[in-house]
Ligand binder design. Structure first.
Ligand code: PLP
Length: 377
């Protein structure tokens, strides 16, 4: 057992770090400009580069993804209730609460682990103004079905695309679906600006409003036209992001290779389910997540999580616990377990494994063998 132990702890991810000389080069440009924030040269360049990478018509950069989502909701003037998923990161329901909106939790689809588009209609009330869906682990939601139900009831659609940087459906950028999408550039995400994020949208008229909202609503020296917030990305973030962006295609290629190895090693193990690949979908390679079906595997997900730690393998139980189980949301009627049978099951089974380009093939084989070796112990 001990000789299988990794020398150093292995975590689920490691930030993509450009060569330091690249970063100091960007810092020299920023210093020379004497312009540190408020739509500087780095910001303007990154915004264009992101727009082209994501294949979207409009982009607006933010100091983090969560503030981006808060502003997205403000820009569409949403209120009342918004239908969302309980299987997500805390930011998703919280941005609704920060806008005085009640999150209404809809169950998820067993295969994709995204909001179950077929169940959205049954959650709509006269107070519903929008759907806030998440492309969980970078796998796209059923965007066509969501659009159909949104059109029928006149609802807005916002996508939390925090995991979906680079995801495409039949060559179309994922950020072009719905009214607005949010991408997170946090250090744990594949592409990052240390902290940061962006909104993407098709309606060019939204650009001016969103730009005002992220800068206190300041229109000019004489006019403040709306109650905005400080959501601006600064020049250091943008400069580092420009360096990181050049590394993204190679990082994705490495991750694709490592994913193939995991899939081959774990794909036929009884009790382990892999994420379904959807035809026509280009992946974001954000996470590698398996599901442990306890009855078949002979051990629960929690046991697997714990038993890997002595080997220095630190996995994560994304997205445990369900948002509907947080103390602040438990009392909402839609949070009841019997409204969320699939999410309640899936949240017990998902395990995010170490996944980043700096892992070797050997590491991935070893982690897979350790998991397989737990069976029957
Ligand atoms: C990371 C993440 C966020 C938050 O993004 P920040 O940039 O850290 O504010 C929101 N939603 C999901 C699903 C995330 O994974």
């Amino acid at each position: 057992m001990e000789n299988n132990k990794f020398e150093k702890p292995i975590y689920v991810t490691r930030p993509l770090l450009p060569p330091i000389s690249d970063v100091t080069g960007k810092l020299e440009e920023i210093w020379a400009s004497q312009w540190l924030t408020n739509n500087g040269a780095q910001h303007q360049s990154l915004e264009k580069e992101i727009q082209s990478f994501l294949k979207v018509p409009n982009t607006c950069l933010f100091n983090n993804g969560t503030i981006g989502l808060i502003v997205a909701i403000q820009s569409l003037r949403l209120s009342g209730e918004v239908i969302t998923t309980p299987f997500t990161f805390p930011a998703t329901p919280h941005v609704l609460t920060w806008n005085g909106i009640t999150p209404i939790f809809c169950d998820i689809d067993e295969q994709t682990m995204n909001i179950d588009a077929g169940k959205i209609e049954s959650m709509i009330t006269p107070r519903t103004t929008a759907i806030l869906a998440v492309h969980v682990f970078g796998v796209p939601c059923d965007v066509a079905a969501i659009e159909t139900v949104a059109r029928r009831y006149g609802l807005k659609v916002i996508y939390d695309a925090a995991h979906a940087f680079g995801t495409e459906i039949n060559g179309r950028g994922i950020g072009t679906f719905g009214d607005i999408s949010m991408f997170s550039f946090h250090a744990t995400k594949l592409f990052h600006t240390v902290e940061g994020g962006c909104l993407t949208f098709n309606d060019s008229d939204l650009k001016q409003r969103i730009d005002l909202l992220k800068n206190f609503g300041i229109k000019n020296e004489d006019e403040v036209v709306m109650p905005g917030i400080n959501g601006k990305m600064n020049e250091v973030q943008a400069g580092i992001g420009r360096s990181v962006l050049t590394m993204v295609p190679d990082e994705m290629k490495k991750r694709r290779h490592l994913r193939d190895i995991y899939n081959v090693m774990l794909g036929s193990v009884s009790g382990i389910r892999l994420q379904k690949e959807i035809s026509g979908v280009k992946d974001s390679y954000q996470y590698y997540v398996i599901r442990i079906v306890a009855d078949e595997f002979g051990m629960t997900r929690d046991e697997v999580y714990e038993r890997l730690q002595p080997f220095n393998v630190f996995t994560r139980k994304y997205f445990y616990p369900l948002a509907s189980d947080y103390t602040c949301y438990r009392q909402i009627p839609s949070s009841a377990r019997d409204n969320l049978p699939v999410a309640s099951q899936v949240v017990q089974e998902t395990l995010s494994l170490p996944f980043y380009g700096g892992l070797s093939e050997e590491d991935v084989r070893k982690i897979s063998s350790l998991i397989i070796g737990l069976q029957g112990r």
